[in-house]
Design a protein around this ligand. Structure first.
Ligand SMILES: [Zn+2]
Length: 240
């Protein structure tokens, strides 16, 4: 055997071993990595959240637009509003695309209240939501404090009731009176850049209603898929 042929054989052996290693590694990678992960694990996710409802007209119009695009969303509702508009509450509760969170009973700044008052604000709203529906699986164990005001006392009392706090990652200012559709779209475009975003919107805002279809299109173009807030919270901490 000449030196040249032996050298060629070594090459073939090395090539075969490399191929075998790569092939095995690929199989292991596929088996270990892909079998146990949900389809959308690597997708960018966004949760649209609507506070302060239910509202007549606005909440129903929001539902119409979300339904048109089959979009998931989360509503942080106020107990007093639920008492006034129980039918709209039921519309949200009975839709599999929506999750419902607690935004207190009367939308007060929780940091200005006594422990008992904080407890009542959270417990009364949670109790009301559970008492009105037969299908309670869309009610999540999360609350959002009105105005984003919270302190240690608030979170401790909430924890006793079994509620975790959720804030947001994208603040749109859609509650301001003279905000325009363009302002809203620009701020969402600028601020929505991460892999997981929670957008704060309000159910009674005309600008939000006017912009909602374009917000959905913008986020789709940016590569986001729409999820409920708890799906993002299971993966990331948005409580501070
Ligand atoms: Zn609010």
């Amino acid at each position: 055997m000449s030196f040249h042929i032996a050298f060629k054989r070594i090459h073939i052996i090395i090539f075969s071993i490399s191929f075998l290693i790569l092939f095995t590694a690929k199989q292991v990678f596929e088996e270990k990595t892909f079998i146990n992960l949900p389809n959308n694990f690597f997708s960018k996710k966004v949760a649209l959240t609507f506070d302060d409802g239910p509202h007549p007209y606005y909440t129903e119009k929001i539902i119409d637009i979300l339904s048109k695009y089959n979009i998931k969303a989360t509503f942080f509702l106020v107990g007093k509003q639920i008492e006034k508009y129980p039918k709209i509450f039921k519309l949200l509760l009975d839709n599999k695309n929506y999750k419902i969170g607690n935004h207190t009973y009367s939308h007060k700044n929780l940091t200005k209240l006594s422990s008992l008052e904080i407890y009542n604000e959270l417990f009364k709203a949670q109790n009301l939501m559970f008492s009105l529906g037969d299908n309670n699986q869309n009610i999540i164990s999360y609350f959002r404090p009105p105005g984003g005001h919270y302190d240690y006392k608030v979170t401790q009392i909430a924890e006793k009731i079994g509620l975790k706090m959720v804030l947001w990652s994208v603040f749109t200012n859609d509650h301001l009176e003279n905000i325009t559709k363009k302002d809203l779209l620009d701020s969402i475009d600028k601020l929505c850049v991460g892999d997981k975003e929670i957008i704060l919107l309000h159910s009674g805002s005309q600008a939000t209603l006017d912009a909602l279809e374009d917000i959905i299109k913008l986020l789709k173009n940016k590569g986001y898929i729409f999820v409920n807030v708890d799906e993002i919270l299971n993966e990331t901490d948005f409580s501070s």
